[in-house]
Design a binder for this molecule. Structure first.
Ligand SMILES: NC(=O)C1=CN([C@@H]2O[C@H](COP(=O)(O)OP(=O)(O)OC[C@H]3O[C@@H](n4cnc5c(N)ncnc54)[C@H](OP(=O)(O)O)[C@@H]3O)[C@@H](O)[C@H]2O)[C@H](O)CC1
Ligand code: K
Length: 557
């Protein structure tokens, strides 16, 4: 997993690196940072020799990194135009030191240093320089950015954006963070990422990954993200104090998808009970059942209201579908039947297609109170508990809630915009206060446990998945992952499911098209996504074990 940090956590790491016993000097860290931009950026610019490079430097240490990068670009054969317009007395000592060195190198030809202390740079000249450059280095502002972009930086950011979109098409390398992107949330000032922040080809980030590089719209601005440890002591980079955010990667899911026991039986792979559906919506519950089957559940039982049952029977022959009660939607009268059946299930997925009938509210609440098994609560199931969230704390068995942004907004009473501005903080606070696991669907998806300390982020998936029914399939996958033979912890089951759901969607893009593939097709692609992960895990194993081992086993043919 990639560990993602906040700006405050990164600052703490900087302080630790500089303090005893390591005692690294800030000048050295800045030197390493600037050098890393040129070393890592070389692949994007096709080598620096004879390249014209515009370097925009802010007055903080991000700007200092830019000054160092200028010196390294010159050494690699580039011609540089360096812009800096802060008041030198406010620069850090290390930035001033690197500025002195660059001043001594400025010759007005290969090294043009445009210093306009306290005033906006000559925008006409800056525009000409950007338009004639093959590379722009953005060292305006990094992790120190907060609030909305202020002048004069805002004007320069807009100018860069305009030049890139209209005339020139230089490679843009962002130093640590694309300027204008909040390092903690990925937020960009204003609604338009194109004018509110630099949009980079690649971002070379220092020390550790920052969260905002992987959250929209910051993710778009960052382009490809490369990390350079810039010589920070390993124990400092390994620290995980406070909240830790992890980006889930293929290897993390592969490691938890252990091969099935060759002599296993269906009872070992869990029985998933799906309770959902109503006269107006039978498809959602069926899709959840399909998601569970395709994720390897040992048995899948589907319980729908009696009038919906004929439409569900035989749709998937492997699903044991049956009706409950007599009506077209669930009511209090069906609680007993469902709770008794649930005794034979390993997990209950409650909610898809239940409908928002007043009578169904009591059904959902009482099932949650009485059913003695883990529950995945989704869709209309979430709707019915909005005003009764103390139910979760009364339960002895864990609950995973799988809301999308709109549902989460209703559960928390926060606006969608407020959630997006601090997704991690909002999900953490909610999970802690309600004592639940939350899988907040979106781009990216967040998974948090009731302790709220560890946050998992999943970024598999694509825009083709934003259509009705995809969430229902995910509900089934979460339930099936949770009751696997290996019994993963709820948060692990949730992030495995989120990863596989997205990976299956990504497979559909490759085999069907960017969008227009159906939730059922996505569910059918889950076994292939699992297979792909198994293959990757096997390849890694082969790399680790000498080939002679496989020859001995007859595997070398
Ligand atoms: N990670 C590491 O180990 C190292 C990182 N380095 C680099 O240092 C920056 C962080 O440096 P810092 O000086 O703390 O902050 P920044 O340079 O990112 O930003 C501060 C300046 O930005 C101005 N600012 C802040 N918000 C805005 C805004 N909304 N609009 C315009 N300007 C803004 C701020 O101005 P003030 O007027 O508020 O003071 C500052 O001038 C990190 O990102 C790395 O690049 C080290 O070099 C090596 C070690
Ligand atoms: K920057």
């Amino acid at each position: 997993m990639k560990t993602l940090y906040t700006a405050a956590q990164m600052r703490q790491m900087d302080r630790e690196a500089m303090a005893a016993p390591y005692g690294l000097s800030p000048t050295v860290l800045m030197e390493n940072a600037g050098a890393a931009v040129i070393a890592k950026g070389a692949a994007y610019v096709g080598g620096w020799n004879r390249k014209r490079v515009t370097i925009l430097c802010g007055k903080g240490n991000n700007g200092g990194d830019g000054l160092v990068a200028a010196r390294h670009a010159l050494a690699a054969g580039a011609q540089v135009y360096v812009y800096i317009w802060g008041d030198e007395t406010t620069y850090s000592p290390e930035s001033r030191e690197h500025l002195q060195t660059l001043r001594a190198m400025a010759d007005g030809k290969t090294c043009v240093l445009a210093e306009t202390p306290g005033a906006l740079p000559d925008l006409a000249m800056l525009r000409r320089h950007i338009e004639s450059s093959q590379v722009v280095v953005d060292a305006l502002v990094g992790t120190g950015f907060h609030g909305a972009l202020r002048e004069p930086t805002a004007t320069v950011v807009r100018l860069v954006g305009k030049c890139i979109r209209t005339t020139a098409s230089p490679v843009v390398l962002a130093v640590d963070m694309p300027s204008g992107v909040d390092a903690d949330t990925g937020a960009v000032s204003g609604d338009d990422p194109e004018t509110g922040a630099i949009t980079a080809t690649a971002t070379i980030t220092f020390g550790a990954y920052k969260r905002g590089l992987f959250q929209y719209p910051g993710k778009i601005c960052a382009g490809e993200v490369l990390r350079d440890p810039i010589g920070m002591p390993f124990p400092v980079l390994q620290r995980t104090a406070g909240t830790v955010t992890y980006m889930v990667e293929a290897a993390d899911v592969a490691a938890r998808l252990s091969l099935r026991s060759p002599n296993g039986h269906k009872g070992m792979h869990g029985t998933v009970g799906i309770v959902g559906g109503s006269e107006s919506m039978s498809g959602a519950a069926l899709l959840a059942a399909c998601g569970a089957v395709r994720s390897g559940a040992g048995k899948v039982c589907l319980r729908v209201p009696a009038k919906v049952a004929p439409a569900c029977m035989g749709k998937y022959t492997e699903v044991m579908a049956a009706g409950a009660g007599t009506g077209g939607h669930f009511t209090e009268a069906d609680v007993q039947t469902v709770c008794e059946e649930a005794r034979n299930w390993s997990v209950l997925a409650l909610g898809p297609g239940l409908g928002r009938y007043a009578e169904t509210q009591a059904f959902v609440r009482q099932v949650l109170q009485r059913a003695a098994l883990p529950v995945v609560l989704d869709a209309d199931g979430l709707y019915h508990v909005q005003a009764a969230q103390d139910i979760f704390q009364q339960r002895a068995y864990p609950v995973i809630l799988t809301p999308h942004l709109g549902e989460f907004s209703r559960l928390t009473g926060c606006s969608v915009a407020a959630i997006q501005a601090d997704s991690v903080g909002t999900v953490q606070a909610f999970a802690r206060s309600r004592g639940v696991y939350v899988l907040l669907k979106g781009t990216p998806t967040y998974i948090v446990s009731p302790t709220g300390q560890t946050v998992y982020v999943n970024e598999t998936g694509n825009a083709g998945m934003s259509c009705g029914g995809m969430g229902d399939v995910l509900t089934g996958i979460v339930a099936a992952m949770w009751v696997r033979e290996t019994h993963p912890a709820p948060a692990e089951a949730a992030f495995m499911a989120a990863y596989l759901h997205g990976a299956a969607g990504d497979r559909c893009v490759r085999t069907i098209g960017s969008y227009g593939y159906t939730p059922e097709e996505l569910a059918k692609a889950v076994p292939q996504a699992i297979r792909e992960l198994e293959r990757q895990a096997a390849d890694r194993y082969r790399e680790m074990v000498p080939s002679s081992h496989f020859e001995d086993q007859g595997g070398g043919e």
